[in-house]
Design a protein around this ligand. Sequence first.
Ligand SMILES: *Cc1c(COP(=O)(O)O)cnc(C)c1O
Length: 411
Amino acid sequence: MRIDSRAAAAGLDDADELAPMRARYALPDGVVYLDGNSLGPLPIAAQERLAHVISHEWGRRLIRSWNEAEWFTASERVSGRIARLVGADAEEVAVADSTSVNLFKLLVAGCRLRPDRGVIVMDRHDFPTDVYIGHSVAELLGRRLRMLDGGEPAAALDGDVALFALSEVDFRTGARRDVPAVTAAAHRAGALALWDLSHSAGALDVDLTSAGADLAVGCGYKYLSGGPGAPAFAVVARRHHDALRTPLPGWTGHADPFAMDPQYRAGHGVAQLRSGTPPVLSLLALEEGVCALDGVAPAALRRKGSALTQLFIELVESRCPGMGLRLVTPAEPERRGSQVSLRHPAAYPLVQALIRRGVIGDFRAPDIVRFGFAAAYLRFVDVWDAVEQLRAVLTAAEHEDPELARRHTVT
Ligand SMILES: *Cc1c(COP(=O)(O)O)cnc(C)c1O
């Protein structure tokens, strides 16, 4: 169906089975939020929960809350909910640390599972932290990094490769890799598959188990709406639990933390990936973020996310022709994540001009305007409104306003 008016877009919202989920989020009036792939919005329940946790659990009950309010087991509760979203078992998921730290732990652990192989495969265009951590692990363990240049991993996977670590969705372009196919290629070569699901969890129909993936990491503050700096997650397939050995053996990952044993004895499986005391406030906010996705199948999130990105692409083509915008994201829906990136020569001020009009996307160097489409709270009319504002900005050349050229610290 061709959508050529706001009313037609509203018709899609009327038929949207996920529409009621929007009420679970505190979205400010007058804002079309297309940056939930960078910082998910506040779940309403997190606001109430944190107020209670701070005033009562921390403020009045103090250290008793570790037991009474079940702070110590919170990461296990959250693991169970994230497991459902990525197609893993609860016992295969740990919630801890940042994505960067989890990647470090699993890269080292993955190399240790393939001790006689000297190569780690990554992609130079991946999120910079992934690449930096990859270099450090290679140096520490005396392995070599084999860098892809955005291409297909299959050709780089041979008998020397211990594992690859790749993002399912490219943070810049939104291109999506075929997780089952690339995982199978790694296994044919005897290598392990480590996926970064930062731009997948909570948006795509990830199924690590059916793909046969070995290891995964991902972010808690993007589509999972865990709040700024929320803890991240790490997944290890059950078949690797006996041999797993973390390089960061902290006391909370010990088999019996309160024995205060001078000798480290790893907790079984992913339990050992808890390298220290969890950030309780952030962890409980993340719990509300993942609870906000309760009752919805990842496949339903994926279906709607795909429809939102498709509508956005079609409207940019039909409503903004000849305005200097170039689609970077793959046009085939199955080859992209829940994101659309456009190239424009004045990308930075263009994003600033859109933000001034209440359409929040972001800029990624050097010339990309990036929009994330979270199925949980976005409406089809939001897509319509965003494209109309984009058209208005470009028609009036608002992005040429010199005020908008100054770069902020966070872009
Ligand atoms: C967002 C993101 C990260 C973030 O890492 P932090 O350690 O949580 O800051 C890492 N990798 C990828 C691919 C990401 O998209």
